[in-house]
Every structure is written in structure tokens, then in C-alpha cells.
Design a protein around this ligand. Sequence first.
Ligand SMILES: Nc1ncnc2c1ncn2[C@@H]1O[C@H](COP(=O)(O)OP(=O)(O)OP(=O)(O)O)[C@@H](O)[C@H]1O
Ligand SMILES: [Mg+2]
Length: 405
Amino acid sequence: MRVVFLAPLYPPEMIEYTRGLAEVGAEVYGVGDTPREALPARVKTYLHDYLQVPRIMAEEDVMDRVSAWLRGRSIDRVLANWEPLVILAARLRERWGMPGMSVDAVRGFRDKQLMKERVAAAGLRVPKSRRALTERDVRAAAEELGYPLIVKPIAGAGSADTYKAESPAELDVIIAKMRGVGEASCEEYIDGEEFTFDTVCIEGKPAYENVAAYLPKPLEMRSLEWVSPVIITVRDLLQPRLQGGIELGRKVLGALGMGTGFTHMEWFLTPKGEAVFGEIGCRPGGAHIVDQMNYTSDIDLFREWARVSCHGTFKADATRRYNAGIVFKRARGQGRITRIDGLDEFVKLAGDCLVEEQLLRPGTPRRNWKHTLLSDGHVLVRHPQYSEAHRLSFAAATDITMYAE
Ligand SMILES: Nc1ncnc2c1ncn2[C@@H]1O[C@H](COP(=O)(O)OP(=O)(O)OP(=O)(O)O)[C@@H](O)[C@H]1O
Ligand SMILES: [Mg+2]
């Protein structure tokens, strides 16, 4: 089994998928813009070969270079788990006549307006929305959809440039901020709680499912620096309040023609109990959610994804044993981390329930919390009872304080 895997070491968790592929017996042909000489030893051991390209986002150029590189060798799969590269992987599959999702199917997971149109056409509940190319389109959408209004890039990720406008005056400010964005999606604001629905699919059917709760919703995580964002995987997927979202998620996979691989969907649970579609990607979620899923069941989804992608089987026992909560911290002040307060006490409180602690150490420069949810590091806890996982997560959120200067 020969697999072309795009960006095998960036973002860093891609190294784990590269490992997974090697562990299920694939010969991995990595393609990325990291210089060959800079490949860390732990990635090299999993790579059969590697092609360095000048710019991984330059689709035409990458397609030409990869085709020339692999001429004469038969390739079985082209895979990518990083959002900006899922279309490129599909274009390579089409060029080489390879199995896997088509460009058209992948576009349904990448273009937020097309996605909602396809999901709505299947009779599922999506926020009302309009595609906007110009300022005038945005104002026309606001007239039609009313306030609050969500405005975001069509091909967005990381809640970058996603805004909520409560009034025409706020919309003016947002329009000014979004001058660099080519195409926007304007949406009806959906009130309620927000969850994920994650899967590993075989030909569109989930071999694995997960739901995680966002506390608070990502828009607030990304706009309020003082918040310590918490995400908790839910152990009990059979509870009634989640059924609407899980059923919605399964139907969305059908509506969009999902093939084989990871999906990461976001959905809203309104105060009336209705599940409303948010968005979906045909790739794993970021910000350690795959680690959280692994901690939920003591499994290795990096490897299971590889097995599914190469051999069409899922082997792990995914019995859900824990609720796994991750808490991202943001230091007070700018510059370098100087001090972490409350950590020793938290470590004592959490005991065996603390499974990871990766807060940035004093002396390390702060990360840009607007650019990455990882912020200044995280702690990860787990507990068989949701209420306990929730209590420990919020103890970390409120009782650990990081400082920088
Ligand atoms: N129609 C909506 N109603 C209410 N909230 C919304 C709506 N659309 C987006 N949001 C909020 O904004 C967040 C970011 O939007 P979205 O997920 O579409 O963008 P994104 O850039 O892909 O973000 P991420 O990469 O963080 O998932 C959502 O998680 C949600 O909290
Ligand atoms: Mg999102």
C-alpha cells in the first residue's frame, strides 16, 4: 500500500497520522514545504520518501511536481488531514484516477455556503444564509436575515474573522475589519449550546462517533481573552438531549457524500431542544480533540484512521470509558510566561484524573491566542462521570492562573 500524505509534519499532530499510516503497513510518501534537512527524526522513521515543494498551497505547482516525482510508481491513496489541503488531495486523486472522495464531494465540506445548501436540500435544519462578494451583498443579507447576524469567510477555519453583529452600526465595523476577505457567508445567528459530532467513516458510514461540548461556544472562546476555553468529550452518547445532533450528523454525512476518513462537525442545540447544523470538515478536528477522543476510550485513532483509509477496517474497541476535558489557558500580561499560580494545588486535586499538563513554562514566549486555540498551553483531565470531568475542568479554568511580562 503506497500512500501520498500531504503535510506529514505540519500542523504537528500530522506526525501522529504519519505514524499511524506506517504502523498499518503503508509506505508513506510525504509532500510538504518543510525542508528535507529539517525533518525531525521521529517523522523520518515513518516516511518512505519525502518531496519538498516550494509552497504547499500552490496547487497547480504541487500537482506538477508530485506527478513528476512519482512517475512510474503506482500509488494507492492520496490523503490529507489538514483543512487547507483537502481539495488538493482530491485534485491529485482525480488526476491519477484514484479511489477516494471527488473534488466536488470535498468542496461540499470546504465551501461553507455550498455545504449549507447541500445539507438544507436534504431537508436538514441549517442557519439561513447568503453568500456575499461585496459590501453591498453583506448589507442586503443583513436586511433579509436581520440581527444578530454572523459574518464569516466562506473558506474559514479557526474562527478567524468570524463576527457577530447586533446592529447596523456593528456591521459597519465588521465590514471594515473584513476588507481582506474575498467571499463571506452571512448567517442567521443560532442561539444555544454548541457541540461537535466527530466520526471516522468507512464509505460514509461512521465506524466511530464522538460528541464534545464547547464551553463556551467557539465564537466566545475566540473573542474573550480572559476565558479559559473548555471542551469535554461526552462519554454517554445515548442521552436523549444529544440524539437530535447525532442523527443530524449522520444525515449530513449522507447529504454531502462522505467517503472514508475523519469528519468534524459543529452543531447547535437551541433552548427549545432543536439540533441545528453549524459546519463540517472532512478531516479531524484540531486543538487536541483527537487526543481527547483517544483518552475517552483508551484507543489510538491516529492509527485507526490509517487502517480505515488503507484497509477499510476499524479495529479498536471504542467503548466510552471517560469524559475527557481539555482546558486552554491564557496568561495575564504580554511577552514571556513568568509564573503559574495554583498548578500544584490543581495537580493534587485532580490526582489520577489529570492525564496531560502542557502549560507553557516560565521563560517561554506567549502564543497568540487569536491565532491558536492552544493558547498558552492546556491541561487534560478525565473522569467516568460527566459532572466530575466538568468540575475538574472548571477548577483548572478558574484556579490556575498564568502570568507573563
Ligand atoms: N450561524 C451561527 N449562529 C451562531 N453562532 C455561529 C454561527 N456561525 C458561526 N457561529 C459561531 O462562530 C464559530 C466559528 O464559526 P465557524 O465554525 O463557521 O468558523 P471556523 O472559522 O471554521 O471556526 P473553527 O475553525 O473554530 O471551527 C462557531 O463555532 C460558532 O460559535
Ligand atoms: Mg468551526
